[in-house]
Design a protein around this ligand. Structure first.
Ligand code: NAD
Length: 541
């Protein structure tokens, strides 16, 4: 953690990066001029954790827990991350999905501590100044959103800042990215959500969203200035609307170190789920056919990576594309539907009959898996699930939409309607389900499994850019970490409590890929895994 030489007394206690509160030793108290500013007893980290756990246990809701953790984050990052790392199962759902959805919706009403950078359309021409104002001397990872498509909740404008903040907490907790070297950024070009425009406490610009040239220029200015100050920074795009997300990714993907988590991170985790499912069924990837509920960033990102994985296994790309079909708000995406399809849907628009019924589409295509990424709750109806179970011995059912309220079906329905045969994963967590004496432990097909490790590998190697092969390397590594015991209980992912270990290994696999493919900006260390682990930030004991 960054030490600040000039900080003394209260300035130390008010600097969350170095404050350790009552855990400062006598020697440190002397050194930092803290005599009398803290209660006399020197407490241990364990005692501090116990105190915080007592407070958190008294909170009636996850949202209340978030408020407490957020305040801790603003005052004592060491303790915040210690709690997050040691009790990841308890607090990851608090600082990230599902609670982060509510946090974002209420962001303007609970805003207390400054964090990160806000770049509004009115700052055009002044972005350098904003970047220079950021207190971080070094930045390894920026997570940036424009708030247009936050989780499945839509346009939240500046309130979307909860997402970059939450994701960067996970970067540190899960993959040991130094918290002093993380920067959340929100680009504010307005919001089209009436409720926020009329909310007296709303903290963003009160205007309709700006798009087109002015929008592109602001993004370009941000990309240039961020990399001017921090040339090796990894920029993660998060929750942009799909009218911008694909274009931005296309523009910068090969130009610099960046990725879009909704498109590429989601794809990586979904492909892992598929690899795990195939271990259960014993089938080949080439024999699979997937139908997606949704045709946006997540759906086309996953479909593209599945195609890439099939191609890697020797299938012709044209043929592989036929193994994935999309269904959007207008029905099955086909080449004969008659509307002008968005660029990203075109490769998956096959010559098929048109239908507006997902059930009909399932009957027509007889997929081995259905993947829900539409943010339309309960759209995997019992009838659809029963149809999947009639077609397949072990149907793949992924209800990936977040937050929980947007899931295409819940775990219980998925297992019940398929007589316990579903290979199920969900975007948000669901409790274990007992069906006819067998207890299933569904795990989250959530990109939080992979983005921290992906970022770790990329940052460690100072990678130049992130090609598709890097994401498939991460998928394969994560799939290897799913044990036979996991599979027996229906878990397609390792336990989230193992996320630090998982991230260290994904980070190593990604770093290995970077070195092997000439993408790294530094020398490969002799013992790569040990070096990646040593690079990871751990809170002080
Ligand atoms: P998006 O806006 O790019 O795409 C949404 C898609 O859903 C669009 O193609 C839209 O046409 C389609 N749609 C809307 N109404 C529909 C309907 N009634 N029937 C069928 N399709 C319909 O959004 P996205 O980034 O693809 O995200 C979609 C969902 O996936 C969100 O809930 C998001 O939280 C979730 N997601 C989950 C993960 C994860 O890790 N589990 C990762 C990324 C996104």
């Amino acid at each position: 953690m960054t030490e600040c030489k000039h900080n003394r007394g209260n300035a130390v206690l008010r600097n969350p990066l170095i404050n350790r509160s009552a855990a400062f030793t006598q020697e440190e108290r002397e050194q930092h001029g803290l005599r009398g500013l803290l209660p006399p007893a020197v407490t241990t980290m364990e005692d501090q954790v116990t105190r915080m756990r007592t407070i958190l246990d008294r909170c009636p809701t996850s949202f209340d827990k978030f408020l407490i953790l957020d305040s801790l984050h603003a005052t004592d990052e060491n303790l915040y991350f210690k709690l997050l790392i040691d009790y990841i199962d308890d607090y990851m759902p608090v600082v990230y999905t599902p609670t982060v959805g509510e946090v974002c919706q209420k962001f303007s009403h609970i805003y207390r501590h400054p964090r990160g950078a806000f770049i509004s359309i009115n700052d055009k021409g002044h972005v350098r100044e904003i970047i220079e104002n950021c207190p971080n001397e070094e930045v390894d990872v920026i997570v940036v959103t424009d708030g247009q498509r936050i989780l499945g909740l839509g346009d939240l404008g500046i309130n979307g800042m909860g997402i970059p903040c939450g994701k960067l907490s996970l970067y540190t907790a899960c993959a040991g990215i130094d918290p002093a070297k993380t920067l959340p950024v929100t680009i504010d070009v307005g919001t089209n959500t009436e409720a926020y425009l009329n909310d007296p406490l709303y903290l963003g610009l009160r205007q309709e969203r700006v798009t087109g040239e002015a929008y592109d220029e602001l993004i370009e200015e941000f990309m240039v200035e961020a990399r001017r100050r921090w040339p090796n920074v990894l920029i993660q795009f998060e929750d942009f609307g799909n009218n911008h997300a694909f274009d931005i990714l296309e523009r910068y993907r090969e130009q610099c170190l960046c990725f879009n988590d909704d498109i590429q991170g989601t794809a990586t985790v979904a492909v892992t789920g598929v690899y795990s499912a195939l271990r259960v069924t014993g089938q080949k990837l080439a024999d699979q056919k997937f139908l997606f509920m949704g045709a946006g960033e997540a759906a086309t990102g996953i479909a593209q990576l599945i195609v890439d994985a099939m191609v890697e296994e020797g299938m012709d790309r044209e043929e592989a594309l036929k193994h994935c079909a999309l269904f959007d708000s207008k029905g099955l995406v086909t080449s004969t539907r008659g509307d002008k399809l968005a660029h990203h849907k075109v490769p998956f628009a096959h010559d098929m009959p048109n239908t507006k019924s997902f059930l009909e589409a399932v009957k027509l295509l007889r997929p081995t898996g259905i993947l829900g990424v539409s943010a339309q709750p309960n759209t995997f109806t019992p009838e659809i699930l029963r149809e999947m179970a009639a077609i397949n011995e072990r149907p793949i059912i992924f209800a990936l939409s977040n937050p929980t309220s947007r899931a295409e079906c819940d775990a219980e329905t998925a297992y019940r309607e398929t007589e316990g045969r579903a290979l199920f994963a969900s975007g948000s967590p669901f409790a274990p389900v007992t069906y006819e004496g067998h207890t299933f432990v569904p795990r989250q097909g959530n990109n939080s499994y992979v983005f921290p490790g992906l970022g770790l590998g990329a940052v460690f190697t100072k990678a130049k850019w992130m090609p598709t092969g890097m994401f498939l390397a991460a998928s394969r590594e994560l799939a290897k970490l799913v044990s036979e015991v996991d599979l027996e209980q229906g878990s397609l992912y390792p336990p989230l409590s193992a996320i630090r270990e998982v991230s260290a290994l994904i980070g190593t696999a990604v770093a290995d890929y970077a070195y092997e493919h000439g993408l790294a900006g530094n020398e490969r260390p002799e013992n790569l895994e040990a070096a990646v682990r040593a690079f990871m930030f751990t809170p002080k004991a």
